[in-house]
Write a protein that binds this ligand. Structure first.
Ligand SMILES: Nc1ncnc2c1ncn2[C@@H]1O[C@H](COP(=O)(O)OP(=O)(O)O)[C@@H](O)[C@H]1O
Ligand SMILES: [Mg+2]
Length: 292
């Protein structure tokens, strides 16, 4: 059995899951190659399964990437599949989750041509709808509304849609909780430290460096995750058979978990922070997907 672990040239050597995943795949009897999604020399049909992992530059080439997922899925199994990737790679999926009753961080979408009217009653976050790794994402105080407006205008002038959210200040102490699902089953949780410093600073890296540690999920967090995954299952073909999913939640104003991100494209699954045996379970789920 051959499995392609799909990466990108810029991300090579930076995926912390890979050193644990690759030996686990070998133990599971799969021959795994790490290959770049945009490497034209790769024979995708030679693989039983291609798994999107560190394709973290795809947001710079969104349409090309979506077209590539279709091409690969025509010759082998690609997980997660093209419709899931199309739906989930644009954060406007948050409005689908909200419409389905999933508690999300309050989100306003601005599209090119829309007037830029930002709330003035607290810290806010401006980010592109198509982004990853905290790129082009910044936090502004009410006194920095001009900078926030400039940031939104730059993105909109560039033809990009923008999300505006209230900054969830509980993240500063509690951090963000990532809930990991592997092969359709809840696996483990991890804590991610806060990433945005006050004053509009923006990372110039492929991804902002994340401070990770293990965490135990609460029943309320798992409930939000289950509701988000149920919505994905309804929203899109293949949403009911995800090889992997990550649900990121943050405490809202009353401490209740609010969904910040549902990551079905290329989430880190935080194997270094996961219980022993997690990499083997992920590998086993891949082997099953490669046979199905
Ligand atoms: N509304 C928000 N409140 C608090 N922190 C936020 C908010 N939006 C984003 N962040 C911070 O920015 C990071 C990146 O934003 P996120 O929406 O997860 O996009 P991505 O991970 O795809 O870049 C989050 O991990 C979090 O630390
Ligand atoms: Mg995130």
């Amino acid at each position: 059995m051959r499995i392609a672990i799909v990466s990108s040239a810029r991300a090579r050597g930076t995926d912390d899951d890979e050193p644990l995943l690759l030996p686990a795949l070998a133990r599971a009897g799969a021959a795994a190659d790490v290959v770049d999604w945009d490497d034209a020399t790769v024979d995708w049909a030679a693989y039983d399964l291609a798994v999107l992992r560190s394709t973290w530059d795809y947001t710079f080439h969104h349409q090309k990437f979506l077209a590539w997922t279709e091409q690969v899925a025509a010759v082998t199994r690609l997980r997660n599949g093209p419709p899931v990737v199309r739906w989930n790679s644009d954060k406007t999926y948050l409005t689908d989750l909200a419409a389905a009753g999933v508690p999300i961080v309050p989100t306003t979408v601005l599209r090119p041509g829309d007037p830029i009217e930002l709330p003035t009653d607290g810290e806010l976050v401006v980010k592109p709808t198509i982004s990853a790794g905290s790129r082009d994402t910044a936090r502004y105080r009410p006194t920095e509304l001009d900078q926030a407006t400039d940031h939104a205008r730059r993105l909109l002038d560039d033809g990009r849609a923008v999300l505006v959210q209230p900054y969830q200040a509980a993240v500063d102490d509690a951090g963000e909780t990532a809930l990991l699902f592997l092969g359709g089953t809840f696996s483990h949780a991890a804590r991610k430290g806060p990433l945005l410093s006050a004053g509009g600073a923006i990372t110039d890296k492929l991804f902002a460096l994340e401070q990770m540690s293990p965490r135990t999920a609460t029943a309320a967090q798992l409930d939000v995750a289950a509701r988000a995954l149920a919505c994905a299952a309804d929203a899109v073909p293949g949403g009911d058979e995800l090889l992997y999913a990550r649900v990121d939640v943050v405490p809202g104003p009353g401490g209740e978990p609010l969904l910040l991100e549902l990551e079905l494209v290329e989430p880190s699954v935080f194997l270094p922070q996961a219980p022993d045996g997690t990499a083997d379970r992920f590998a086993a789920a891949m082997v099953t997907a490669a046979r199905t």
